[in-house]
Every structure is written in structure tokens, then in C-alpha cells.
Design a protein around this ligand. Structure first.
Ligand code: SF4
Ligand code: SF4
Length: 146
């Protein structure tokens, strides 16, 4: 399994302001894409969990993920988003788009706490390579495997 592209930008993420913050959790919608390589790392991560941890992920995966925003607007959250505490169940292997949220110029932190974003030229270079990969939502990778 090759290294995922997100490793190129991860050292430059300014995650300090994000500790304990969930103000952008609504961006964890269910259409977040995973490249094939990222998905392989998720599968590996889940495989390596102990039974208690795996059971917790299973319970999170079957939660009702609907969030009612009012005015008849509803969003469906990511299958790995824990609706009870707003935590990501696969945080160490979350895909590139999740790492970019709040940390690139074009997806800024909604509460302006992240002052130092990834340099745009660097982020775009990674995006160009990423765009060439096969990317699907989790349901796309899971199709036929559940
Ligand atoms: S990007 Fe901003 S809103 Fe999101 S977790 Fe970090 S500090 Fe909080
Ligand atoms: S993988 Fe984690 S960070 Fe990314 S959308 Fe899903 S819950 Fe949010």
C-alpha cells in the first residue's frame, strides 16, 4: 500500500486551534471523497482496531446521520461522524479533503481561528495529483462489500 498524498501536507497543518473545537463539524457531510489509496488506509486502520473500538465504529456507522438545518433543509453526515460527540472515528486516516477543511485558503476556518493555512501553491500541487486518482464517497467503495 503506497503512502497517501495527504502525508505531503499533514506536517504543515496548523492543528493547534482545532484541539477540542467542533465548530466546523457540519462540513463532515457524507459526500466527502476518498481516493482508493485513502480508502485502503481506512480499511487497514479499522482492521487494526481492537474489538471494543471496532464495535464502537460499527455503532457510529449505523447512527441516523440526518441533521435538520431548518427550512426543510437536511444534510446527511459522513458514516464515520459520531453524532453523539461530533468526533471523527477515523481521524488518524481521514482523507485529504478533511485535512484541508479550515486549513486552505479556499476552505477557511469558519471562525477564523486558523491564521496560518497551508501555502496555496503547495495545496494546489497536491490537489492536482489527487484529482488524477480514482475518488469515491465511502458508499462507492463499500458497494458490493456490505
Ligand atoms: S478549522 Fe476552525 S472551526 Fe474547524 S476545528 Fe479548526 S478551529 Fe475549529
Ligand atoms: S472522515 Fe472524519 S473528518 Fe472526514 S468527513 Fe468523515 S467524520 Fe468528518
Amino acid at each position: 500500500m503506497s503512502e497517501p498524498l495527504y502525508l505531503q501536507v499533514t506536517p504543515n497543518l496548523n492543528l493547534e486551534p482545532c484541539g477540542g473545537c467542533n465548530q466546523c463539524s457540519l462540513r463532515c457531510a457524507n459526500d466527502v471523497p476518498f481516493s482508493q489509496n485513502e480508502w485502503a488506509h481506512v480499511v487497514q486502520y479499522l482492521t487494526n482496531l481492537n474489538e471494543t473500538e471496532r464495535e464502537l465504529v460499527r455503532r457510529v456507522e449505523i447512527q441516523d446521520k440526518t441533521v435538520d438545518l431548518g427550512d426543510s433543509v437536511q444534510v446527511e453526515m459522513c458514516r464515520f461522524f459520531n453524532m453523539q460527540n461530533d468526533h471523527c472515528m477515523i481521524y488518524p486516516v481521514r482523507p485529504l479533503m478533511c485535512r484541508f477543511m479550515g486549513h486552505v485558503e479556499w476552505m477557511p476556518c469558519p471562525i477564523n481561528l486558523v491564521q496560518r493555512t497551508i501555502p496555496t501553491s503547495e495545496a494546489l500541487q497536491v490537489m492536482e495529483a489527487y484529482a488524477r486518482e480514482d475518488r469515491r464517497e465511502s458508499s462507492g467503495w463499500l458497494q458490493g462489500k456490505e
